[in-house]
Design a binder for this molecule. Structure first.
Ligand code: CTP
Length: 444
């Protein structure tokens, strides 16, 4: 019996996939098809796969060509599968020509002619007709976003707007974009706005973008008042537009996995969460000189609030702020303490005090620790009473990590579900806490 194996994502199953499987089956007597997991696709930079693993496996099964369907979860698995299943022929499409020649020592390698003019990438692009993105703001984060946007298919950076024409021109030249000095013209040429302007301008820009019928990705904090955040989401919903707050940690695979493990019962009931993020800033930067909108909490608060709101929810009994203030009245270091019905939490952040930037989640059976930079979660450990028992988890976190929120955003555009990994309610709760902090600061 000749055993054949092939692999693929098989997203949005199409005729190219069908013909590949048909010919793969004809090469032998028994065909094994490996279908990639979401995590594996993410790790190799394929971020906007539309169909779930279950759907993709079902579609392969429906062809009737596969005698066995397996899951491909990691690099290097092909080699071990060939040995494990006693494979005679490994086959893939001709787009991979030469890439798997290293397997020739173990079995025959056959590259089948790829079917012309069809691919999952093309089908995804067709589904996602809304994809010209315009950038508002030209700071560091906007540059990082440009790099990341290029790593995700289905999105096309178009133009940039900033009220300062010189900055706009410089940014446009650097990233090969159209510069705009009029917001009206800018909105007319785009489908999606990415708002990366100073914090206090987010609300007005997001509102304007939504009112012009544009979907929006907004840097954190979306708004500094609860009512403003709510108004923006209501406006998006009424116009059937997608609005996403870019707290990048919320969308990255490692943090998603961490939440899953924390809530799985492994560490029992969660009783305490401590999140800390400090970043020593040059005292001359906007973050430490803008007396109205600078300071540690407005800058870093979204990150440290995230795990607390995710793990304990939005209904806390008590909230308390304590800060170390600089001479200009900005908080150099802030601690927010929460009391929940069944637990405690602290969110700590600093721009002028350095501390160990850890995330600790304590439960009745054990605890989870994520060392800095936990906000780019790629590794964490689960510990128990027995110090010898430690479980270790790793997940990819690629480059600046904004690609995860961009791909989540694109996936939502297709479905109109607005069901983001950072929910509307969580974004509104964060704005409410920012507002409470600013009120407490006013009161002294
Ligand atoms: N394939 C093919 N003809 C096509 C598209 C895919 O023969 N027009 C083959 C690939 O070479 C591979 C298998 O089908 O052996 C699964 O490919 P996959 O990567 O899932 O599909 P693509 O359409 O190439 O996906 P993408 O656009 O995301 O790369």
């Amino acid at each position: 019996m000749t055993k054949v194996i092939t692999y693929g994502t098989f997203d949005l199953f199409h005729v190219g996939h069908y013909r590949l499987l048909e010919r793969a089956k004809a090469l032998g007597d028994y065909l094994i098809v490996g279908v990639t997991t979401e995590a594996f696709d993410q790790a190799r930079g394929k971020l906007n796969v539309v169909d779930s693993l279950v759907t993709r496996m079902e579609n392969v099964k429906q062809t009737g060509f596969a005698d066995e369907i397996i899951i491909e979860a990691s690099e290097g698995q092909k080699f071990s599968d060939i040995k494990k299943y006693g494979i005679d022929i490994f086959t893939v499409g001709s787009d991979w020509q030469g890439k798997f020649d290293y397997l020739k020592d173990y079995c025959r390698v056959v590259y089948l002619e790829r079917t012309k003019n069809v691919s999952s990438t093309m089908l995804r692009a067709k589904r996602c007709s809304i994809r010209r993105i315009g950038i508002i703001g030209t700071g560091r984060i906007a540059g990082r976003f440009m790099d990341e946007a290029r790593a995700v298919s289905g999105i096309e950076p178009q133009g940039v707007y900033n009220p300062h024409p010189e900055s706009t021109r410089r940014f446009a030249k650097r990233w090969d974009l159209n510069p705009y000095d009029s917001l009206e013209k800018f909105f007319a040429d785009i489908d999606v706005a990415y708002v990366a302007s100073p914090h206090e301008t987010h609300y007005a820009y997001v509102k304007a973008a939504l009112e012009h019928g544009k979907h929006v990705i907004c840097e954190k904090p979306l708004a500094l008042k609860k009512a403003q955040a709510k108004e923006l989401f209501d406006c998006a919903t009424a116009r059937e537009l997608v609005l996403l707050e870019g707290v990048k940690t919320a969308y990255c695979p490692g943090f998603r996995k961490l939440l899953g493990i924390a809530c799985s019962g492994k560490i029992g009931a969660i009783r305490n969460v401590e999140a800390c993020f400090t970043k020593l800033e040059n005292p001359q930067t906007r973050e430490l000189t803008d007396e109205e909108y600078g300071g540690s909490f407005l800058e870093l608060g979204s990150y440290v609030l995230l795990p607390i709101l995710k793990l304990f929810g939005l209904e806390y009994d008590e909230l308390r702020f304590e800060s170390i203030w600089g001479e200009n009245g900005l908080d150099l270091f802030t601690k927010v303490s929460f009391r929940y019905p069944h637990g405690l939490a602290t969110a700590t952040c600093g721009l002028g005090v350095k501390a160990e930037g850890r995330l600790l989640i304590a439960g009745t059976l054990g605890y989870i620790v994520v060392e800095a930079p936990w906000w780019k979660t790629s590794y964490f450990e689960v510990h128990y009473e027995d110090p010898n028992k430690v479980e270790k988890y790793t997940e990819p976190y690629l480059a600046a990590g904004l690609r995860y929120e961009i791909s989540d955003f694109l996936a939502q555009l297709g479905t109109e579900k607005n069901d983001f990994k950072l929910t509307r309610q969580e974004s509104i709760a964060m704005a409410a806490i920012m507002e409470a902090f600013r009120e407490a600061k006013e009161r002294g």
